[in-house]
Design a protein around this ligand. Structure first.
Ligand code: GTR
Length: 413
């Protein structure tokens, strides 16, 4: 947890299942005009489009159309040897320029040596690419980062002290051994995670005199979703990965990001959201753990401004988070929860996944059989996959074993 809850919001936290008030979810397969959605065609042409628009306008905020901007590419490292020759390391800078402003996004790519077009996990990290593994050759990003003494970060700058600090969340060598590539991006390169809209990608698209996005325009989560797609543009332009399958992975706020990114960009072949909680996969109407009001209070910059009107008004939302998962159909999606991560509402995370099933069923796909959350360490690997593991808010080897097995099963060539 990077930011601490502001006083007030925290006092109302409920963890008691028996205090969940009865709620009705917005209907997934009925259009705003009342039409029942019975076919893939109706889903894709009518309802899906409506739901994307609702999430854009009411929740995450719309990405400007001009943002499909092409960066200048600088190859910082072409072919580094990594993991005793098992992998090839590449480091790339994507330079975006507009309105006299510029933004540099660093991409770190590991590909299994000698393997053409491997499936690739693409994931954001919290403390810079150098934090994900001990590899000393990883370049340090100069972007703003929240201070963290234990990582040697005291002046909002990543230093050598951050190297390898998050290696336990990124079993890079195991990923390589399993035949997958990994592309890593520091999320603060795209938009520093603070309530400040003068930095990151947003200012490149301001009109004259504008200082922050409009009420229905992109917050930070939309910005991060956008950035992941720009990394994908690059990877798809490279012969070594042009025909790869792409898995968008994210933990926590970055799991919220992977779901929204996966919904917006159909080129993601598979989407994984770990411990994504409120604003991710958890059903907002349950109000267990983090609520809409709590998240909008602690992180006012994550969502569109308009999302704040649903503070303590979840029943007025035209969407709930199962509809976000449904937007990923028919592509496989994997949701993971942790028993002690109660702030993210593990039961609500399962239900968010489960209630997306009707969209997947339109495509004839297999979905979880029961609305009862599976027991601990009993993963489900249907088109909508899910597991609950012991422990707290984190990414563990067990999680990665499931991500890899699920991806193998569903991305067979
Ligand atoms: C918490 C926040 C969660 C989650 C988490 C994280 O403070 O309340 O929504 O995003 O941070 O990203 O680790």
């Amino acid at each position: 947890t990077i930011l601490i809850m502001k006083a007030g919001a925290q006092s109302k936290v409920n963890y008691d299942e028996s205090k969940v008030e009865p709620y009705t979810l917005p209907e997934l397969l009925r259009s705003a005009g009342g039409q029942e959605i019975k076919t893939v065609k109706e889903w894709e042409s009518i309802r899906r489009t409506e739901i994307v628009r609702l999430f854009e306008e009411e929740v995450y905020g719309k990405i400007p159309a001009e943002a499909q901007l092409k960066p200048t590419i600088e190859i910082l490292e072409k072919e580094g040897e990594a993991f005793h020759g098992k992998a090839v390391r590449q480091q790339i800078a994507l330079d975006f320029e507009r309105n006299g402003q510029s933004l540099r996004v660093h991409l770190l790519v590991y590909l299994p040596a000698g393997q053409d077009n491997p499936p690739v996990f693409v994931g954001y990290n919290f403390y810079g690419n150098a934090s994900i593994t001990e590899d000393e050759n990883i370049l340090l990003s100069p972007s703003w980062v929240p201070n963290k003494k234990e990582f040697g970060i005291t002046e909002n700058q990543i230093t050598d002290g951050a190297r390898g600090q998050r290696a336990h969340r990124w079993p890079v060598e195991k990923i390589i051994d399993a035949g997958f590539g990994l592309a890593a991006i520091y999320y603060g390169d795209v938009d520093p995670d603070r309530d400040d809209f003068s930095d990151g990608i947003h200012p490149l698209f301001y009109e004259e005199g504008q200082t922050k996005p409009g009420p229905s325009e992109w917050g930070a989560i939309s910005a991060w979703a956008w950035g992941a797609s720009r990394a994908l543009d690059y990877l798809k332009s490279e012969p070594a990965t042009a025909n790869s399958k792409y898995i968008l992975f994210g933990h926590s706020r970055l799991g919220k990001t992977s779901l929204w990114g996966g919904a917006l960009d159909k080129r993601w072949d598979l989407v994984i959201a770990n411990n994504s909680g409120c604003g991710g996969v958890a059903i907002s109407r349950r109000k267990i753990g983090e609520t809409v009001e709590a998240i909008n209070t602690s992180f006012p910059h994550w969502f569109a401004d308009r999302f704040k009107k649903y503070n303590d008004q979840e029943n007025k939302m035209p969407v709930d988070q199962h509809m976000l998962v449904a937007l990923i159909a028919p592509r496989p999606v994997y949701i993971s929860s942790a028993v002690e991560d109660r702030w993210a509402d593990p039961v609500g995370e399962y239900l968010g996944a489960y209630y997306a099933s009707p969209a997947y069923q339109l495509y004839g796909l297999e979905t979880p059989a029961s609305d009862q959350q599976p027991s601990v360490s009993k993963p489900i690997h249907t088109s909508i996959g899910y597991h609950l593991r012991p422990g707290g808010h984190d990414v563990t080897d067990y999680d990665w074993e499931q991500f890899i097995a699920f991806s193998r099963k569903h991305l067979k060539p």
